[in-house]
Design a protein around this ligand. Structure first.
Ligand code: FAD
Length: 638
């Protein structure tokens, strides 16, 4: 059975990280070059971790399925990155960022991790400024800040609507420097398909060369997964089309516990689905809610254009229901509220499933130029996609799948339940509980990669000095053979269903039954339907072409096979968490006015699932959450 030891240090919350650093085992600088560390992924988490580890002297092997590290999904991040610098002098502090994150996550995250994240946040901004990241500035030169949902301060640093891109360019330059110095070896167009364990420890990976289909192995003393989230299981999501869950799922099948898989964030401001042939959804950054006002017409049968509807006939439902936070309520609250008004028949557009996000008042007050300075590229992106200009008429938006709070379970050192296997960034479950606050993912990715993992990895590595294995070890040949067999099995089915059609149907199940609201019978039905889809996949999928060539359909099929298993676990996790909390809205547990009702007595824990085998259901373990610095209270944004 898996051993869970969160390794949270003793002592007062404020001192835990410092204390930990004083006692954690270290690898000396002269010994570091003898360690090989495998990093999978070059988003913000992977690029920052790989460059920092290489700068310390480790030999780092970096794997990506893209051509270049800059294509990682992190490049798409728009709105900003949080840090409690308190430049606005509006009352921000480490404690307030910690508290906002705990409250935003509906008190389902570890105190010690969240506090460390808040402590580390300020260094991230210094690091990025030193790299030359062009954060927006005030007229006098001070870094500018704006607000994101769920907070009453302005602590979000941003580069217009391209913050992820600029941060990634910073991390990428640091990585390129290490590649040039020879301390990082980059393996692009190489997809990790399995993890190799020797004597219970992660000792390497199996990967497929996506150009010639060769299956290869690499050995190391540690493996770091920075492979992002699994939200693309829903098919339609704001994730990059290639984002997938294979790396963490394969690690899970080798023994890494998977935590809170059903905690998936639905982002309130996305361009609505327009038809069945759409391959992805586009996010419109939450930063727009700083100045944009969300509303629907009060009359369900309204036919007038938005600009012709007077204020008295507009239902600013977030401002009315949540006067304190208004349009800046957290994402889960805003998304559910949009769903409720649309379900009640107030939605706009052809499908009735969208609401307005309106800049009329902001443009009148601040001028179109000022609004363009803050959000210009988002306005342009929206116009290019929809043909409508938000300068002239409101955005039409609806919630869409966006981010996974769930992921591989990690301890305070970011080590999974497999010794030597680490998970950073969106790939782990760590800091956001049941709902992530906007602009906190970039913060966590860079905290993990620049500041936490480089200081904790030595603890597990130090005892491995000169304990090398190479790929001649029989476990590599055995795992490689298993990967080849699996590919062969998929290729040989030659049925009638495409991986795409199975993926779409999986996505519909997850969206309908394990999306913004969930209930017992829907979840049970989804589990049965996903079983049927799996059966169809393994008996009737069709893959054209060869396995030893460029073959995007094969790549998709392997990912869809894993999404089917992930989707099933998500539904089982949602079913067993018989409470509502954050993004996880169980219809059975809601107040009269539709707010979530948590059950702290029975569910104040992390659910961590342990893989058994193909024929046995995973075992659900609990990591009890202990609250000392905050007392979980009913979340209110009213
Ligand atoms: C449109 C959009 C806007 C966003 N805006 C914000 C924002 O303003 N602020 C904020 O805080 N968050 C934002 N987010 C969330 C944030 O961007 C992501 O959570 C974060 O960038 C994830 O980074 P990551 O490094 O964990 O993974 P990713 O950036 O997803 O990178 C994953 C990497 O892993 C590699 N990889 C994956 N699997 C394999 C495999 N099997 N083999 C080889 N390589 C593999 C990929 O090639 C890639 O390099 C936004 C998200 C979206 C979709």
């Amino acid at each position: 059975m898996i051993q869970f030891e969160s390794k949270i240090p003793d002592g007062p919350l404020e001192d835990k990280w410092e204390n930990h650093l004083e006692h954690v085992r270290l690898v000396g600088p002269r010994n570091r070059p003898s360690y090989d560390i495998i990093v999978v992924g070059t988003g913000l988490a992977g690029a920052s971790a790989a460059s920092s580890l290489a700068a310390q002297g480790y030999r780092v092997h970096v794997f990506i399925y893209h051509d270049t590290p800059r294509r990682a999904h992190s490049i798409a991040a728009q709105g900003g990155i949080n840090a409690c610098k308190n430049y606005r002098e509006d009352g921000d502090s480490v404690y307030r960022l910690f508290y906002d994150t705990q409250k935003g996550g509906d008190f389902r995250a570890r105190e010690a991790n969240v506090y460390r994240l808040a402590q580390t946040s300020t260094s991230i901004i210094d690091q990025c400024v030193a790299q030359g990241v062009p954060f927006a500035r005030e007229y006098g030169g001070m870094l500018a800040n704006r607000s994101f949902g769920g907070v009453l301060v302005e602590r979000t640093f941003y580069c217009r609507g391209q913050t992820g891109q600029q941060l990634l360019l910073g991390a990428y330059q640091a990585l390129e420097k290490e590649i040039e110095m020879g301390r990082v070896i980059l393996y692009n167009r190489s997809e990790m398909l399995d993890l190799v364990k020797i004597d219970g420890r992660a000792r390497g990976i199996i990967y497929r060369d996506m150009v010639n289909g060769e299956i290869r192995s690499i050995a190391g003393e540690a493996v770091v997964l920075a492979t992002g989230g699994y939200g693309a299981a829903y098919f339609n999501s704001t994730n990059a089309i290639n984002s997938n869950g294979t790396a963490i799922w394969r690690a899970h099948r080798r023994g890494a516990a998977f935590a809170n898989p059903s905690f998936v964030q639905i982002h309130p401001t996305c361009i609505p689905v327009s038809g069945d042939y759409q391959s992805k959804l586009t996010l419109m950054s939450e930063s727009l809610r700083n100045d944009g006002r969300v509303w629907v017409p009060r009359d369900k049968n309204e036919t007038r254009a938005a600009e012709d509807i007077p204020d008295s006939e507009r239902y600013y439902y977030l401002e009315e229901r949540y006067p304190t936070f208004g349009n800046l309520v957290p994402r889960d609250v805003a998304s559910r509220a949009a769903k409720v008004v649309c379900d009640e028949g107030y939605g706009i557009g052809q499908t009735g499933y969208s609401v307005y996000l309106d800049f009329r008042d902001a443009i009148n007050q601040q001028g179109a130029d000022k609004i363009g300075e803050k959000y210009g590229n988002l306005f342009d992106m929206y116009e290019e996609i929809t043909g409508e200009s938000p300068y002239q008429q409101p955005f039409r938006i609806y919630p869409a799948v966006h981010y996974c709070m769930g992921g591989l379970w990690v301890d305070y050192n970011l080590e999974t339940t497999i010794p030597g296997l680490y998970a950073v960034g969106e790939a782990n479950f760590s800091d956001h509980g049941a709902n992530r606050l906007g602009a906190s993912s970039l913060m966590q990715c860079l905290a993990d990669g620049y500041f936490i993992l480089p200081q904790t990895i030595g603890d597990g590595l130090q005892p491995m000095f000169r304990d090398k294995v190479d790929i001649s070890h029989p476990e590599f040949a055995k795992t490689e053979a298993e990967v080849r067999d699996r590919i062969q099995r998929v290729m040989s089915i030659q049925g009638d269903s495409t991986p795409l059609s199975i993926h779409k149907r999986l996505g519909k199940q997850l969206w309908n039954e394990c999306g913004m609201s969930r209930n017992e019978s829907g979840l049970r039905g989804a589990i049965a339907e996903i079983d049927r889809l799996s059966e169809e996949f393994w008996t009737n999928v069709s893959i054209p072409g060869d396995a030893d060539d460029v073959n995007p359909t094969l790549e998709r099929a392997m990912r869809v096979a894993d999404f089917l298993e992930i989707g099933s676990l998500m539904c089982r996790d949602a079913l067993t968490r018989d409470e509502s909390c954050g993004c996880h809205f169980r219809e059975e547990h809601q107040s009269e006015d539709g707010e979530v009702i948590r059950n702290d007595e029975d569910f104040s824990h992390v659910a961590a699932w342990e893989w058994q085998d193909e024929d046995t259901e995973q075992v659900r373990h609990r990591e009890q959450l202990v609250y000392e610095a905050v007392q979980p209270a009913t979340r209110s944004y009213k």
